[in-house]
Design a protein around this ligand. Sequence first.
Ligand SMILES: CC(C)(COP(=O)(O)OP(=O)(O)OC[C@H]1O[C@@H](n2cnc3c(N)ncnc32)[C@H](O)[C@@H]1OP(=O)(O)O)[C@@H](O)C(=O)NCCC(=O)NCCS
Length: 176
Amino acid sequence: MLYKSVTLKNGKSASLSWFGRDDIDEVVEVLNSVIHEQKYLLMNQDVDRSDSEKYVDTGDPNGMRYLIARVDGKVAGGATIIPLSNKEAHVAHLAIFLHKNYRNNGLGTILITELIDVARKSGFEIIQLSTFSTNKRAMHVYKKCGFKKCGKLTRDIKYADGTYADRIMLELILTS
Ligand SMILES: CC(C)(COP(=O)(O)OP(=O)(O)OC[C@H]1O[C@@H](n2cnc3c(N)ncnc32)[C@H](O)[C@@H]1OP(=O)(O)O)[C@@H](O)C(=O)NCCC(=O)NCCS
């Protein structure tokens, strides 16, 4: 279901829609392409269709929301807010991935900004996320969107070549 159309820095338009059953195969393919880069995401192994099926967006304002972006009809990436539970039910986690062909054109900033708005309207009080210290672009975008560094896990990430990255925790407090 189309959520909205937006214009990217290169003048192309992207359509944002809630992740539906028909998107699963394409989304899995794009997510796996980012996993294969082995630089940005925690996962080492491919995800499959059944991993992703449970994330189809049901439109429940208190549940998980999953926005995907298409450019020229192709899935460029997706972003989620995932609510926590119990004494953290007021908190949501945010995650995002874009295929490498669709980066640096403003799409990540747009998706994050939209999901912050959705989270705020859904009544979440805090959005949390983590990124690798090596991921300078993600850090720049999160800070631009208002997130603040709130912690660090030293050398939490070890790459296949034996080098490390710290995991940087960021938060955005939505209430004053
Ligand atoms: C991180 C990600 C979501 C950002 O989305 P994007 O569409 O590429 O980013 P945008 O085009 O909206 O913004 C990029 C900004 O970062 C800046 N940037 C690019 N490379 C940079 C770098 N190496 N260091 C610092 N800033 C950088 C750009 O100049 C731009 O800044 P501006 O908006 O102030 O002009 C996207 O690149 C991505 O999915 N990357 C791979 C997966 C990933 O890292 N996911 C997040 C894991 S926590």
